[in-house]
Write a protein that binds this ligand. Structure first.
Ligand SMILES: Cc1cc2nc3c(=O)[nH]c(=O)nc-3n(C[C@H](O)[C@H](O)[C@H](O)COP(=O)(O)OP(=O)(O)OC[C@H]3O[C@@H](n4cnc5c(N)ncnc54)[C@H](O)[C@@H]3O)c2cc1C
Length: 454
């Protein structure tokens, strides 16, 4: 069977591409395993210990991801992958960094303009909450925050900048892959193959895609053009195999610390949002970090008591005081990335190395606690938790857009160097610097590539 254009994956990157592509094309073929793609060998138990409880509901899909992709993970690295519609893109509380401009500086001015325009289109299409400005173009769909956050928003700090993020919520709905698929993709124009891609080969301008079905039976599909949207880790693995690259490759990510602070006054959720309300970023661009803040809710409390079992008897009390709890993610600069991928024979290894980064994160936590205390907003006790490398769930930058034709890179149209019929549209191609939330820029870039696609 030879198909024209095939895309792999149904995460937000793929859906963003498919949505735009179908505006001018009749159909597209998609390879993406669905919820019935069950191996469930149950070998990856160590991964589940630290996951938020709403994610552990996807236990089979997580197992299937690692089993069918044949990925072995070492104990220190806590990468997550989910097989099925939405992949990692199906979660609560998504926010998009409104500081995307700094990250696309290294691209040509046309590409930069096109990504920004696509980003504006996404904001408008889904009527996302928040504020974004570029030159004389402005997007504003405000949301209300409690006075606790307003106090911080009004302050001028020496080393910190406080702003409201863009939230992937429109009215009461969050922009999940599931919603995107149901509401915005024309089902008559797509065909989905319930297969997992294992390897690709290139022969006489044809791409041979080796897949397996849910019974682990091999299936071959030929395509004229192939678009990778199966998330950074799987895309990188398949491309490394294809190019026969045996060296380790760094996966960029944002090492993360989860913190809890205790407010002196009750904080109200004025919108039906579970997302973070405020972003606090460091002014120092050489060592940049971001702290996002959200008020406690039942989902967070449930995750905490599952993680710290000794708190289980106090669950009722924690829920009673949830509006006095403030949770934050501290996300570090991608230059502190400590995840690696290496393909060796038929196995793929993802691992991290020894590093003292946890101390860095904890110092940022301490500094921020002092800021909150100085404003008399919180009590002096606080808590934090480092879940391991990769537990930020932001993976990117392995096959970056580049002008100097490195083997492991794509051009500005996101075609793999030397293979114009192979496109990559997920986080692999974006090497984020300042931006700490990948999904908005990944979606905007995927939409841009769909416009260029012939
Ligand atoms: C809990 C959580 C919170 C997050 N919060 C944020 C946030 O606030 N802001 C932000 O910007 N980002 C956030 N992220 C990260 C963001 O979700 C990811 O960057 C985004 O999902 C990446 O989308 P993707 O389409 O590239 O990959 P994915 O969403 O992982 O999609 C990959 C797709 O490929 C398919 N696939 C995998 N292997 C194969 C194979 N072998 N063959 C065929 N198909 C395959 C999967 O089934 C899936 O459909 C969060 C992630 C999680 C898990």
């Amino acid at each position: 069977m030879e198909l024209q254009t095939v895309i792999i994956g149904t995460g937000l990157s793929s859906l963003s591409f498919i949505d735009k592509y179908l505006e001018k094309n009749k159909k597209i073929d998609i390879i993406s395993p669905d919820k019935d793609f069950l191996y469930d060998f149950g070998k990856n138990k160590h991964l589940f210990n630290d996951l938020p409880y709403h994610i552990t509901k996807n236990k089979n899909k997580i197992n299937n991801y690692f089993e069918s992709n044949n990925i072995t993970v070492n104990k220190n690295s806590k990468i997550l992958g989910i097989l099925g519609l939405g992949g990692l893109s199906n979660y609560w509380g998504m926010q998009i960094d409104n500081n995307i401009i700094d990250d696309i500086k290294y691209l040509s001015s046309k590409t930069k303009k096109d990504i920004i325009n696509s980003f504006f289109e996404i904001l408008k299409k889904f009527r996302l909450k928040g504020y974004f400005k570029f030159k004389n173009k402005e997007y504003l769909n405000n949301y209300k925050i409690d006075s606790f956050y307003k106090i911080l928003l009004k302050k001028k700090f020496k080393n910190l900048l406080v702003s409201k993020p863009i939230l992937a919520y429109s009215k009461k709905k969050k922009l999940t892959a599931d919603l995107y698929f149901r509401r915005y993709i024309d089902k008559k124009k797509i065909r989905i193959y319930n297969l997992s891609v294992q390897e690709i080969f290139y022969n006489e301008n044809k791409i041979k895609i080796k897949c397996v079905d849910s019974n682990n039976k091999e299936k071959i599909i030929f395509a004229k053009k192939l678009v990778f949207g199966c998330g950074t880790i799987v895309t990188t693995k398949i491309i490394l195999k294809f190019l026969n690259i045996k060296n380790e490759v760094k996966i960029k990510h944002h090492p993360r610390l989860v913190s809890a602070f205790f407010s002196k006054k009750k904080i109200h959720n004025l919108e039906n949002l579970q997302a973070s309300q405020l972003n606090i970023r460091s002014k120092n661009k050489n060592n940049s970090f971001i702290i996002d803040l959200r008020t406690g809710n039942e989902t967070i409390i449930e995750s905490i008591v599952r993680l710290k079992k000794y708190l289980m008897p106090f669950k009722f009390i924690l829920n009673f005081f949830k509006n006095y709890l403030i949770f934050s993610n501290i996300l570090l600069d991608s230059k502190f990335s400590n995840l690696f991928i290496k393909v060796s024979k038929n196995k793929t290894y993802v691992y991290s190395k020894k590093s003292g980064l946890e101390k860095n994160l904890k110092n940022i936590h301490k500094g921020f606690l002092n800021v909150l205390k100085q404003e008399n907003l919180v009590f002096s006790f606080s808590n934090n938790f480092f879940g391991g490398y990769g537990n930020d769930f932001h993976y990117f930058g392995t096959i970056p857009i580049s002008k100097n034709k490195k083997r492991l890179s794509v051009n500005e149209k996101c075609q793999l160097n030397g293979y114009p019929n192979i496109y990559i549209i997920d986080g692999s191609v974006l090497d984020f610097k300042e931006n700490k939330y990948p999904v908005g820029l990944v979606m905007a870039n995927a939409r841009r590539v769909a416009k260029l696609f012939k």
